[in-house]
Design a protein around this ligand. Structure first.
Ligand code: SAH
Length: 253
């Protein structure tokens, strides 16, 4: 994964606010990117850039400053220009997610550049015409232009997610600390539930089973682990003791 991300270059063209260069460096380090090239920035190096980079000052120290767009994209087999607006002549265009998937796939073969424009007017038509592909972050039409540092953050995140594809757990409970309660344990819980609800007068002894079916569904949906089942059964025992239908310390069935 790192080799792929290290083969992706972020290029910032004519950045006006040095803080955005620092923010881009931070976003990149957070997401495992490290190749940052700036084309003729207005004010860099700068204190503001270092402040905004925070823990990514080391990455900032490796930034390459070049004079021209051509120098920045030299050696790249895929050049992607990011733009908040659709240009006059349609160009191959992908949203951030799909574009970053393609970028990561290609970064296995060759260096990929993702180019970001000026804060006030983005990339020029000439610059965009030098790109194989354009990328858009599908922001709200009413205000689709993100802050430059934020745009780098979104793209850097999507690049990382694309690079991590297949390695992240699909299961939200993949790293659970206790074993799942098995079927027999759950069955004993449901029996204990029913017994207690009858003891409490909440369920008539000969009641239809619909309430228990709903309770089962609730508990099964929660996928309780063994410890959670023990806690629930402890609560049920206490309720039975309070109801006078179980003696303190009496064993479970
Ligand atoms: N006002 C400019 C946008 C400048 S924002 C314009 O309308 O073009 C600075 C840079 O951030 C842009 O050049 C682009 O690289 C990036 N950016 C901002 N919003 C974006 C979006 N919605 N999609 C893709 N890139 C975006």
């Amino acid at each position: 994964m790192n080799a792929v991300l290290h083969n992706i270059r972020i290029v910032l063209v004519n950045t006006t606010h040095p803080g955005n260069i620092g923010a881009a460096a931070r976003a990149m380090k957070n997401m495992g990117l490290r190749d940052l090239v700036v084309v003729a920035p207005h004010d860099f190096p700068s204190r503001e850039a270092s402040d905004r980079a925070a823990g990514a000052r080391d990455l900032l120290a490796t930034v390459r400053v070049v004079d021209t767009f051509e120098e920045a994209i030299a050696g790249c087999g895929l050049v992607i220009g990011s733009s908040a607006r659709q240009r006059r002549i349609p160009w191959p265009l992908l949203d951030a997610r799909r574009c970053c998937q393609q970028a990561c796939a290609e970064a296995r073969q060759h260096r990929v550049a993702l180019v970001f424009g000026r804060e006030d007017r983005g990339l020029t038509n000439e610059e965009l015409a030098r790109c194989h592909l354009h990328v858009n972050i599908p922001a709200d039409e009413a205000y689709s232009s993100l802050n430059l540092g934020m745009a780098v953050q979104v793209i850097a995140y999507e690049l990382r997610m694309a690079a991590l594809d297949g390695t992240l757990p699909d299961d939200a409970m993949a790293d659970w600390d206790k074993p799942a309660a098995d079927a027999a344990t759950l069955e004993r819980l449901f029996e204990h539930f029913e017994e207690t609800l009858v003891d409490l007068g909440f369920l008539p002894a000969n009641a239809p089973k619909q309430m228990m079916t709903r309770l089962r569904r609730l508990v099964l949906r929660a996928r309780p682990d063994e410890v959670e089942v023990n806690i629930l059964r402890g609560i049920l025992r206490s309720a039975q003791v309070a109801a006078g239908t179980r003696k303190l310390g009496q064993e479970n069935t």
